[in-house]
Design a binder for this molecule. Structure first.
Ligand code: P71
Length: 459
């Protein structure tokens, strides 16, 4: 039998979990309008809502917090973070922000003109929001396989379809495309990676037309580990070398430090262009803070610099991907429909297949996420029609091909035993799935509606 390697860390401090009864959970989810975002965290047993800002920091990071230099300007922690980011990513300039969307706001504002087009390998909610509010049209150029949840023979389902990119350039002209947004990995496709060969090819094509490539670097370390494991020629390279090469095929990036930087808050924007850097610094003082803190405290920046160095250590990242894969494989073995192959940060249930009796406009993924909470106290997230929102012109619901529930694994927080409980619960629920009821809106906010909308069951 193959040995399962346990967690590559031991536990120094613990946080006790609350266990509610099923009756108590039924009341809680009803009060939350069947929206898992609106649950109180104290009512949750295992929280798989997100891997964003939910990482456990290391003893080294906590020690770093004590070295926080909280000067208003020129904090020493900023200089350490700046150096770490530039060394690991290879970009020339870095602007700190309070989190990823702060960087997206600045990048979109300085690069986009009304009527532009921003192609990307699938949308992300906040990213597309900032592109559209600045007047751009988002165009999805991810490969078709990314929209096929059961296709498990594609190792890099996050890849850009170069033909789609070429068609867009021919149709609208390169001068209407301020940059191509390349996410590594692709969250909404199921945490799917992009190959190095694809990144290289996108950059070559972009350079031919003098279009910039801007990465969404949020889960870049996970992407690098997939490249090491799956792409020819990378087995003997370090994660650090792979990350560095990935970003050599671009002109900048936005980063949510709340994921692969192993911290609870923070983010940054990287750029190679001096003029754009100068514009970004003008805006950061308006929205975030001084260019030497951008909304983070000194201690946050120190923890982030240390977290980034820890994140590129192979034992850490390999264990993380293996943990996610383990949960996914348990569900696959039981016949539960999930997005395949299993991605980097989460297992995604295919809610359309799980609840094939519920119409997409009756929110199957939302209903499934609510049912999982009620059944087991596990909190998950809808990533389907509710997240996709409405078309800004027609007002119709975007109807994404993928109607998913995300079981997101926080970094260094849960053990294999927790994941077994999650798997057992979901398998049980799958076997009684006909008891799950469809939903309808009782409150729908205009923007990023998934965060605060409320629903009721249709009986
Ligand atoms: C996630 C999040 C956090 C989130 C955001 C919106 C709705 C629900 C949850 C954030 C990302 C991300 C990618 C690929 C940019 C951001 C924004 N993800 N790009 O998955 O995944 O970063 O949260 O730091 O502002 O739960 P930010």
């Amino acid at each position: 039998m193959k040995r399962v390697m346990p967690e590559p860390y031991k536990i120094k401090s613990v946080e006790m979990l609350n266990i509610l009864t099923e009756e108590e959970r039924e009341v809680a989810i009803k009060e939350a309008g069947y929206n898992t975002f609106l649950l109180n965290s104290e009512d949750i047993y295992i929280d798989l809502l997100t891997d964003s800002g939910t990482s456990a920091m290391s003893d080294e990071q906590w020690a770093g917090m004590m070295r926080g230099d909280e000067a208003y300007a020129g904090s020493k922690n900023f200089f350490r973070l700046d150096k770490t980011v530039r060394e690991l990513f290879g970009f020339k300039y870095m602007v700190p922000t309070h989190q990823g969307r702060g960087a997206e706001n600045i990048l979109s504002t300085i690069c986009i003109k009304e009527g532009d087009y921003v192609p990307g390998n699938m949308y992300f909610t906040t990213t597309r929001f900032h592109q559209e509010i600045n007047g751009a049209n988002f165009v999805d150029i991810i490969c078709d396989e990314a929209h096929q949840p059961s296709r498990d023979d594609v190792p890099f389902k996050g890849n850009v379809d170069l033909d789609k990119l070429q068609v867009l350039i021919d149709e609208v002209g390169a001068d209407k495309i301020p940059y191509i947004c390349v996410a590594v990995t692709v969250n909404m496709a199921g945490g799917q990676p992009v190959s190095m060969a694809n990144l290289r090819a996108v950059y070559e094509l972009a350079q031919k037309y003098e279009i910039k490539v801007m990465f969404d670097a949020t889960r870049c370390v996970e992407n690098a580990c997939f490249i090491k494991d799956r792409e020819e020629g990378y087995k003997n390279k370090t994660i650090k070398e792979i990350v560095f090469e990935m970003f050599s095929y671009g002109d900048g990036c936005t980063m949510s430090g709340k994921k692969d930087c192993l911290t609870n808050v923070g983010g940054f924007l990287c750029l190679n262009d001096e003029e754009l850097f100068s514009k970004a610094k003008e805006l950061v003082v308006v929205y975030e803070g001084m260019p030497s803190y951008g909304g983070m405290s000194g201690r946050d920046m120190e923890a982030m610099a240390i977290g980034m160095e820890e994140s590129v250590q192979y034992p850490y990242i390999k264990h993380r991907l293996t943990q996610v894969e383990y949960l996914g494989q348990r569900l696959i073995d039981a016949g539960v429909p999930v997005v395949k192959p299993i991605g980097g940060h989460a297992v995604y249930l295919d809610a359309r297949a799980f609840l094939s009796n519920i119409d997409q406009e009756q929110f199957p993924a939302q209903a499934l996420a609510a049912a999982i909470y009620k059944d087991s106290g596990v909190r998950t997230m809808e990533r389907g029609i509710v997240s996709a929102g409405r078309d800004k012109v027609t007002g119709e619901n975007h109807k994404p091909k993928l109607e998913l529930v995300r079981l997101t694994i926080p970094r260094r927080v849960y053990t294999y035993a927790h994941l077994d409980y999650v798997a057992d619960s979901i398998i049980d629920l799958y076997n009684k799935r006909e008891t799950i009821k469809p939903l309808e809106f009782v409150y729908e906010p205009k923007q990023l509606r998934f965060f605060t909308s409320k629903f009721q069951e249709i009986s």
